[in-house]
Ligand binder design. Structure first.
Ligand code: AMP
Ligand code: MN
Ligand code: MN
Ligand code: MN
Length: 283
């Protein structure tokens, strides 16, 4: 159990909980410092900040930006950002427009595969209430329509590369995402680096490109990392003098493998990203 959790999602992107329920769940889990890092939007931050103050926990305003690097999707966390930054909002708005276009593409592909793509799109649009559309929402549709029993199964069968509902997308350049985060006063962190299944040399190329573009942090501890991956990332963080972050990547109470605060501690040799923040994470 950790009291600092710097990666979580709400209903403003592909999480299950409202910001209010997320903050409550963080409190219940013993988390004292929580970053809300919705995909490609900061829409939940103002409410979450107010609710965190009422609940007596610290909110780190964040975002998880979808980036394309060498034809692969990479997620970059912006931590402690100012959401009122124009460059950031312009960039995130463009990413959400791409998501809207992709949703139509996914619906078309599902139709081609003999499913009711129009019904899927209508269901998803209703579900997100004007918010952004993620593959997770299509996964929810497919599950409730009986195409698969669980989230992992539905992604594997329908929503990953080579499957009927996958539409590839060029998100944005990593250097652009880092520039927006910098302008917004935040710290950029490569999210769950072990999740991309990169070879060792490609992971190093990613880290070197990230540093060249001004990136400062590596998410060493994540629910999706094994103990071995975590140790390897801690060593890379030290070697490249990157700050280390930790987060559960919480989306929903019914994913037991990614629950708020339920992550191992940062390895002792790491320099935590919160050492940059003298006024928070010191409770
Ligand atoms: P998107 O950004 O819309 O392409 O959707 C990516 C999101 O889908 C990720 O942030 C995860 O929350 C979720 N996701 C991706 N792959 C899987 C998977 N294999 N199982 C469950 N959720 C996944
Ligand atoms: Mn997600
Ligand atoms: Mn991610
Ligand atoms: Mn995430």
């Amino acid at each position: 159990m950790q009291t600092i959790d710097l990666h979580s999602h709400s209903r403003h992107s592909d999480g299950r909980l409202s910001t209010r329920d997320l903050i409550q769940a963080a409190c219940d889990a013993g988390v004292r410092t929580l970053a809300l890092t919705d995909h490609d939007t900061t829409a939940g931050l103002a409410d979450a900040e107010q609710q965190a103050q009422q609940a007596g926990i610290q909110l780190v305003p964040g975002v998880e930006i979808s980036v394309s690097w060498r034809h692969q999707t990479i997620h970059i966390l912006g931590l402690r950002i100012r959401a009122d930054c124009d460059a950031l909002q312009q960039g995130l708005g463009d990413l959400r427009d791409k998501r809207t276009q992709r949703a139509q593409g996914i619906a078309d592909q599902l139709s081609k595969a003999g499913m009711d793509g129009d019904a899927a799109l209508a269901w998803v649009q209703h579900r997100v209430e004007g918010g952004l559309i993620s593959r997770t929402h299509f996964a929810e549709y497919l599950m409730q329509a009986g195409y698969a029993k669980d989230m992992r199964g539905v992604f594997k069968r329908y929503l990953v590369k080579g499957k009927p509902g996958f539409v590839s997308l060029h998100w944005c350049e990593m250097s652009d995402a880092l520039a927006w985060i910098r302008e917004a006063g935040g710290v950029a962190v490569i999210a769950h680096p072990a999740r991309y299944k990169l070879t060792r040399s490609k992971l190093i190329a990613l880290i070197e490109d990230f540093i060249a573009a001004g990136g400062q942090g590596l998410e060493v501890v994540s629910s999706s990392h094994s103990e071995e991956e975590c140790q390897h990332l801690a060593q890379l963080a030290n070697q490249y003098q990157l700050y280390a972050s930790c987060g559960s990547d919480f989306h929903s109470p019914d994913q037991p493998w990614a629950q708020l605060g339920r992550i191992p501690p940062l390895p002792a040799q790491c320099t935590p990203v919160w050492s940059l923040w003298s006024d928070i994470c010191k409770a």
